[in-house]
Design a protein around this ligand. Structure first.
Ligand code: ADP
Ligand code: MG
Length: 323
């Protein structure tokens, strides 16, 4: 209850990419090693997500669709540990409220699976069926019952591009998970799930960029960094290529952006920004989280230590010298 009070309730689902984000996080939380995402019409008519995770026992399905039904955390401080991405127990209920949802799932040890249909928050059916182990969600006609929100969406092409960018980030943040994305039946992304971050960068950004990467790996008290950064030559006119993940989450932080750009100072021209894919593992006791329904604001308890860790390890990578 305390936790729920600390978490502001509100709208979780803004657009098709929000559905994909929540369902992919659930799949990863369920221990999936492979996740397939299929979208039609920018996700407005269909989003299908299949995982090979732990599945949901039939008797627990209706419960999972209740607001604030989560078994994942008991303390807000647990939010930024690597153990789970979901925490609010709001995603399934929010999605089911504004779409036609079909769920097919089976746990590893159950002989039969289950199929559950819920539309506009109204339960339609729950029956036993044969199914592979894991979970498939089909989300059809998002916002079919809320025309005002449907009207607010951009073109299917633009919504589709948001989803592609999101899935790429999810793939980059979870090198241990094989991620496959199909857009209108066309293969758009497929990562191996072999833990090799460089392979994923290659898959997402292509060969040219991948040739120009410098590895980063560094340990500091309570902070571990690893990933790749672009040679100073590979810089862009905007920040879209500054990727970093904190404990497996894509989170924006002014402090980290500043540290990255300071490390490149003198190496890239003004108004140019480096390419980075950095994974920061930070002891949760250094983090202070302020939770909103759709985003997380992050503050660091020891700002100087984080800044210096990022700065030093990037500077070492760029100059090739230990500081
Ligand atoms: P949260 O992720 O915050 O716990 P959600 O509404 O996203 O809340 O999901 C509710 C619950 O449904 C989860 O806690 C989990 O037990 C179950 N669940 C959802 N998706 C999956 C999945 N793909 N595989 C296994 N269990 C799932
Ligand atoms: Mg969730």
């Amino acid at each position: 209850q305390e936790t729920i009070n600390q978490i502001a309730a509100g709208e979780v689902i803004e657009r098709p990419s929000s559905v994909v984000k929540e369902l992919m996080e659930n799949a990863i939380d369920a221990g999936a090693t492979a996740v397939t995402i299929e979208i039609r019409d920018g996700g407005t008519s269909l989003i299908r997500i299949t995982d090979n995770g732990c599945g949901i026992p039939k008797e627990e399905i209706p419960l999972a669709f209740l607001r604030h039904a989560t078994s994942k955390i008991s303390r807000v401080e647990d939010l930024l540990t690597v153990s789970s991405l979901g925490f609010r127990g709001e995603a399934l209920s929010s999605i089911a409220a504004v779409a036609q949802v079909e769920l097919i799932t089976r746990t590893e040890h159950s002989l039969t699976g289950a199929r559950y249909c819920i539309e506009g928050g109204e339960e339609k059916s729950l029956q036993e069926i044969g199914a592979p182990a894991g979970t498939t969600f089909l989300v059809r006609n998002l916002f079919y019952n809320t025309p005002a929100r449907r009207k607010f969406l951009k073109s299917p092409n633009t919504e589709g591009n948001y989803i592609i960018a999101l899935v790429e980030r999810m793939a980059l943040s979870h090198p241990e998970v094989s991620v496959r994305l199909l857009v209108n039946g066309q293969n758009r992304l497929h990562t191996a799930g072999n833990h090799k971050l460089k392979d994923i960068i290659y898959t997402v950004y292509g060969r040219e960029l991948t040739k120009e990467l410098l590895p980063v790996q560094a340990d500091f008290p309570k902070i571990h960094l690893e990933g790749y950064v672009g040679k100073p030559l590979v810089s862009r006119g905007n920040r879209t290529y500054e990727n970093y993940y904190i404990n497996g989450r894509y989170i924006k932080s002014e402090l980290i952006t500043k540290a990255i750009e300071a490390a490149y100072h003198g190496f890239v021209m003004q108004h140019k920004y480096p390419f980075t894919v950095l994974h920061l593992s930070v002891d949760p006791e250094l983090l202070d989280v302020n939770v909103h329904p759709t985003k997380m604001e992050l503050r660091f308890r020891e700002e100087d230590a984080i800044y210096q860790a990022v700065y030093d390890s990037l500077r070492t990578a760029i100059t090739g010298e230990e500081l």
